[in-house]
Design a protein around this ligand. Sequence first.
Ligand SMILES: Nc1ncnc2c1ncn2[C@@H]1O[C@H](COP(=O)(O)OP(=O)(O)OP(=O)(O)O)[C@@H](O)[C@H]1O
Ligand SMILES: [Mg+2]
Length: 299
Amino acid sequence: MNKRYLDITDVGIEFDTSGKKFRALQKVNLKLDKGEFVSLIGHSGCGKSTVLNIVAGLYQATEGGVCLDGKEVSEPGPDRAVVFQNHSLMPWLSVYDNVALAVNQVFRKSKSKAERKAWVEHNLRLVNMDHALDKLPGEISGGMKQRVGIARCLAMQPKVLLMDEPFGALDALTRAQLQDSLMKIQAELGNTVIMITHDVDEAVLLSDRIVMMTNGPAATIGEILPVNLERPRDRLELAEDREFVHLRQQVLEFLYAKQSAREPTVAASAAVVETTSPKLAAVQAGAPPERPGNDFEAA
Ligand SMILES: Nc1ncnc2c1ncn2[C@@H]1O[C@H](COP(=O)(O)OP(=O)(O)OP(=O)(O)O)[C@@H](O)[C@H]1O
Ligand SMILES: [Mg+2]
């Protein structure tokens, strides 16, 4: 069978929570081409982060597997960088040093000191944060922190950028600005991206395809909606574009008519607290990499 750049095949996962099995995902199949931007959307608790964490190598699938560029994913690695909703910068390091840490880990052998410095500055320029190189995370806004987190991931030149509600915690204006920056950067660099979002407009605006997940337990992909709107995309023009409105409507219909919301069970919610992966917790907290050499907020 012809392999795609990122190949998620028949992935399922069953969590063992206090002796009880909980099946979160079943038969998830998704193939991405290089340079594709795919959004994952679905009700809270359906399994979006779990899919992302499996691709990141932070969770081990019970069935099926993930291949990236022909190589099976079995553990975290710098070829998959993760941007979380709550930026996980090292609070004691400056903006520059937060990005430099990742750059030094990934490019210690392949770039000279001067090249690495230029690369850190270049990536911070991409997200318009080159004016604040010496600031500490505590001295910048949430949106700015998120920009630094994105710069850090971009600077690692991952094969795939995994974003878990990257703009979820931001106000609407900052969110719009960052969406525009991300579209520009992606047009320039051709990153392959999987982004989780709860925001229907964001999904339509940014994506080449929107992957809509069914409710759990045993969640899977319900429908995949191709978004063939021309790029570059302008949010103001699109607001009245018929195709945009139609796509938006299709996503809403899936979410609210075909898959109505359901409260997660108490058992399932409690389970997360008990069994959250230590690897994931460490990465989300911005901990240094477990393995020598490379992964910093990388998965
Ligand atoms: N480590 C874990 N141990 C046990 N159950 C888990 C674990 N991680 C996730 N789950 C369960 O798997 C299901 C999917 O969780 P997941 O975090 O992937 O949902 P989500 O779609 O990302 O939700 P949200 O939109 O609220 O972030 C939930 O029922 C959750 O309780
Ligand atoms: Mg989630």
